[in-house]
Ligand binder design. Structure first.
Ligand SMILES: [Ca+2]
Length: 196
């Protein structure tokens, strides 16, 4: 009966994997190294930011927390500066397409959250967030499937900050199928054992 504990382990693993909800990654921008302050880039696993910098009480210039209070800690994400004085849109590209993206923000002008699939086609209607200063607004975009390859965040000419950027990480289907396969083999083995 030595195989039984192993088979029970396999069965338990399958149960856990199959019932695990999609987990969410939340990025608070607190732990960005100084060398990445001007380009957060791929500092975090699962997502790459472009056009994004970190602002905090440690940066130069420091974050104006009166108008743009962080939702967590001392640091937020904001738009990159550009030589022309315009600010870039922030793009967040996901390693694995997600079905939900959300963040807290403060902005001097209305801001937009646009979601796109892997072929660059827009998903649904862009979300608009109103002017919020001195506190945090919240935007959440949800898709019916895991097809959000990237999102673009932009305002309409002012300045904005983003904090606690969150996205769903899908349950890895291939692993689920692999474990299901092992489980079926295990059950088959168990059935043979009890038949003897
Ligand atoms: Ca923060």
């Amino acid at each position: 009966m030595k195989k039984l504990p192993f088979l029970l382990f396999i069965a338990a693993s399958i149960f856990i994997i199959l019932t695990a909800p999609a987990s969410a990654d939340t990025i608070g921008f607190e732990d960005v190294p100084q060398s990445k302050w001007n380009d957060i880039g791929s500092n975090y696993s699962g997502v790459t930011f472009t056009g994004a910098i970190v602002l905090s009480d440690q940066t130069t210039p420091p974050l104006d927390t009166t108008y743009y209070p962080p939702h967590s800690g001392n640091a937020v994400m904001s738009e990159s500066y550009s030589p022309t004085g315009d600010r870039a849109d922030i793009t967040a590209s996901f390693n694995t397409p997600t079905n939900e993206v959300s963040f807290y923000y403060a902005s001097l002008s209305p801001i937009w959250l646009e979601a796109y699939d892997a072929s660059g086609s827009p998903i649904g209607e862009p979300l608009e967030g109103g002017i919020v200063t001195g506190e945090n607004g919240f935007l959440k975009f949800t898709s019916s499937e895991y097809n959000i390859a990237y999102v673009i965040i932009h305002d309409t000419g002012g300045f904005f900050t983003v904090d606690d950027f969150s996205f769903n990480v899908p349950v890895p289907e291939p692993n689920t199928m692999l474990l299901l396969g092992f489980g079926l083999i295990g059950l088959w083995g168990l059935r043979k054992k009890f038949k003897k």
